[in-house]
Ligand binder design. Structure first.
Ligand SMILES: [Zn+2]
Length: 267
């Protein structure tokens, strides 16, 4: 038996990665804070905005073509993270990040603007210093391959201000928590959102798998009138996904357990 390709003939155009730029980057930065470009203020150039110890600036290493790559340095602390900041600091970070993200979208220069964060060795990040990335794409719709069902799932918490679910049709798997609110957010809404993301990321780093997970991503979306953050604990990427684009989830029993644990972490 031989399988025929499905009807869809066009998939997402790939982003173009400029390998020459990346060679310079890796040769310059080790894992300690020696030579950390975010600790060393003299290395910071093309700054868009500063608030307290947070700095939004151009990424020096524009590895993706047809884009504007920017970096948001979250804190002056080299070993800081969303999972260890005080509640107040984390809320300030989210407000600042949302403002920078919105400003990039409002510029009208981009087809889509991605905002995400890598943390830990499995997350795809190359610098320890805590930062988010805001990337405007000029020739690419970043949302082309995500669908509404990627953001729904088993209900964790739902009220008129916030909706949290564990994906049953994740983009990749295994456990993707979706935190979502209306697109128009008051300052209080932003705080609520920041707290939910922080508590979820803390759960994945400290309790989920008995603390054996050391990496996560945050992915932000503005889609269908909602602001969404997907919190994804990261492991070695599954060959089922790499070779066949097949996402995975846990068994229903384990999914229900995670939902219960998340509820506890969110209260
Ligand atoms: Zn640093």
């Amino acid at each position: 038996m031989c399988y025929n390709y499905p009807m869809i003939t066009h998939s997402h155009d790939p982003l173009i990665f400029n390998a020459g730029v990346n060679r310079i980057k890796y040769s310059k930065n080790g894992s300690s804070n020696d030579n950390c470009p975010f600790c060393d203020k003299s290395q910071q150039a093309n700054i868009h905005k500063v608030q307290d110890d947070m700095v939004w600036l151009d990424n020096k290493f524009m590895t993706i073509e047809n884009s504007q790559m920017t970096v948001l340095i979250e804190s002056a602390e080299h070993l800081g993270d969303v999972t260890t900041y005080s509640r107040k600091k984390n809320r300030e970070l989210f407000r600042f990040a949302f403002a920078c993200w919105q400003e990039t979208m409002d510029s009208g220069k981009f087809d889509s603007v991605l905002m995400f964060k890598n943390f830990g060795p499995m997350s795809g990040g190359s610098l320890r210093h805590p930062h988010m990335q805001i990337v405007g794409l000029t020739c690419n719709d970043g949302y082309e391959d995500v669908t509404a069902e990627n953001f729904s799932g088993i209900n964790v918490l739902k009220n008129d201000r916030i909706e949290i679910s564990l994906s049953d049709h994740p983009i990749m798997g295994l456990a993707e928590t979706n935190i979502s609110q209306n697109c128009v957010m008051s300052a209080d809404d932003e705080d609520l959102f920041a707290d939910a993301v922080q508590n979820t990321a803390k759960y994945y780093m400290n309790d989920f798998m008995n603390g054996r997970c050391d990496s996560y991503n945050l992915f932000f979306y503005k889609i269908d009138g909602r602001t969404i953050c997907k919190v994804v604990p990261r492991f070695l990427t599954s060959p089922y996904f790499i070779g066949y684009k097949i996402p995975q989830i846990f068994t229903n029993e384990r999914m229900q357990e995670i939902v219960q644990e998340l509820r506890k972490a969110l209260t």
